[in-house]
Design a protein. Structure first.
Lengths: 204, 105
């Protein structure tokens, strides 16, 4: 009888011991899996965070570039505007002086030369020359007729030619015309004038 | 001990063993569930921290760019001032040269 009881105790202990072993194994496996899950999650989170930060750095550089380039562009425009304003102011003063050239001592010589250039450009036996300067009179333009070939026609305009004054020559039929007004000369010399004024003022 | 008692004891023991194993399974499930929560929490913490760093990086970049932009304004103002001074000093010379070009050119 004792023998049976002893065997039963052993069997009881064995069953419980196996169950505990299995339970321990189950928990150990779960723990290992949990550890792995957490380690993987940590790595993944770090990777995602790194990616986010790398993207943020690119974004920050783009923000910086955007702010700076807008400002640099705006400031370049301000500088160009100011330089242009200065150049235009000089051109305005030049136009003012040109329109009042009749008062200067160079007027007679200048008018003669302009007429001579225009007549030469038209290259006609019977050129028609129109001239008109602010504040000039027929008297102070008398010398002009000296440079005209015979058969020329000289017309004194009451108003300055093209607003600022000057000379326009054409052939008798009006087919060939050469505009030697100050306005026309300013237009023809536009790029040279801009360079000259800019280099004189800004040293460029 | 009778045979019936012996069988009853074995049945009881097996029941006890089953409970031990079942409890372990429940515990294992809890461990796994906790680990999932912890993993999600880790992710959220890392992303939240990265997000804060991102905002700081952007804020600093913006501040730096704005400071550089202000510096560009200062330099531009200085340049404009210099150009105005030059224009004042050289204006008559420029007018005279331009006039000469128009008259003789």
């Amino acid at each position: 009888m004792n023998r049976v009881s002893e065997l039963l105790d052993k069997l009881h202990n064995r069953i419980l011991s196996d169950a505990k072993l299995k339970a321990d194994e189950t928990i150990r496996e779960a723990q290992a899996k949990a550890d792995q899950t957490i380690a993987e999650a940590r790595q993944r989170a770090q990777r995602e965070a790194d990616e986010l930060l790398a993207k943020a750095k690119l974004e920050a550089e783009a923000v910086r570039r955007n702010i700076l380039s807008s400002k640099v562009r705006a400031n370049r425009l301000r500088i160009l505007d100011e330089k242009n304003r200065i150049v235009q102011e000089v051109l305005g003063a030049v136009e003012e002086k040109l329109s009042n050239i009749a008062k200067s001592s160079r007027f007679g010589e200048t008018a003669q030369r302009f007429v001579a250039e225009a007549v030469k450009a038209v290259d006609s036996d019977q050129p028609v020359v129109r001239l008109g300067f602010k504040g000039s009179s027929k008297q102070n333009l008398d010398n002009v007729s000296k440079v005209l070939p015979k058969g020329s026609k000289l017309v004194f305009e009451e108003d300055p030619v093209d607003g600022l004054g000057g000379v326009v020559a054409s052939d008798a039929e009006g087919r060939v015309t050469f505009n030697n007004s100050f306005r026309s000369r300013l237009e023809r010399l536009d790029s040279q004038l801009l360079r000259l004024i800019a280099s004189t003022i800004f040293g460029e | 001990m009778s045979g019936i008692d012996a069988v009853r004891k074995i049945v009881e023991t097996e029941g006890q063993a089953r409970r031990i194993v079942d409890e372990a399974k429940v515990r294992a499930q809890q461990i796994l569930s906790q680990s999932s929560q912890e993993a999600e929490m880790l992710r959220q913490e890392a992303l939240s921290s990265a997000q804060k760093q991102r905002e700081e990086i952007l804020r600093m970049a913006k501040e730096k760019a704005e400071a550089e932009a202000r510096q560009s304004d200062v330099e531009t103002e200085q340049l404009l001032k210099n150009y105005r001074k030059l224009a004042e000093a050289r204006r008559d010379d420029a007018v005279s040269k331009a006039l000469e070009l128009v008259l003789s050119g």
